[in-house]
Design a protein around this ligand. Sequence first.
Ligand code: SF4
Ligand code: SF4
Ligand code: SF4
Length: 218
Amino acid sequence: EKKLGLVIDLDTCVGCHACVISCKGWNTENYGAPLSDQDPYGANPTGTFLNRVHSYEIQPKDAPAQLIHFPKSCLHCEDAPCVTVCPTGASYKRVEDGIVLVNESDCIGCGLCAWACPYGAREMDAEEKVMKKCTLCVDRIYNENLPEEDREPACVRTCPSNARHFGDFADPDSNVSVLSRERGGMDLMPEMGTKPVNKYLPPRPKDRDRSEDVDILA
Ligand code: SF4
Ligand code: SF4
Ligand code: SF4
């Protein structure tokens, strides 16, 4: 069985929100419509955002202020409270690949799962009255109608700074397992006991040796 998830690199994320837009585009029914019609960043953004990026300015002692960008979506927890709390069984975790999904026809819109998720990763669709969340683009990753290079989550496909990686954590040799091991991948709020599958890579020291870095503009 697979354990699919994301590695998100807080060192290389530049807060451009391309992943937010591509997620919104793929997961919106009017996918394909001009962005101006989807209006995800209009004056009155509507609908659900399954992936968000928060930016914070932090002020370390005796050092210049720093801007940190923090992408946030469902972490596909192994011990997911959103699943155990759901009274109808609409929320479930797939055995074959560990993706946490909502069966919308069984969802009664009670909102308990949103209360239970410690990461604020669930979004109530006010129009449809059902709960939405990141599906890890389950309709892309196995989609044989898409070219092979597109069979990954829309956010990963779009990120211009290679800050998002998708793969199978059950395979110790996969891209995400190796990256997480080498760069000290962290769980978000491990004290909650949810065992998130997604991992965050911490920012690297600014004065590190960059001679081995890949020049993405080359
Ligand atoms: Fe559930 Fe929240 Fe964990 Fe996603 S991040 S599996 S919505 S508890
Ligand atoms: Fe389950 Fe839907 Fe209620 Fe969430 S809102 S707990 S998915 S029935
Ligand atoms: Fe960060 Fe990549 Fe998302 Fe841009 S697309 S906000 S660099 S994760």
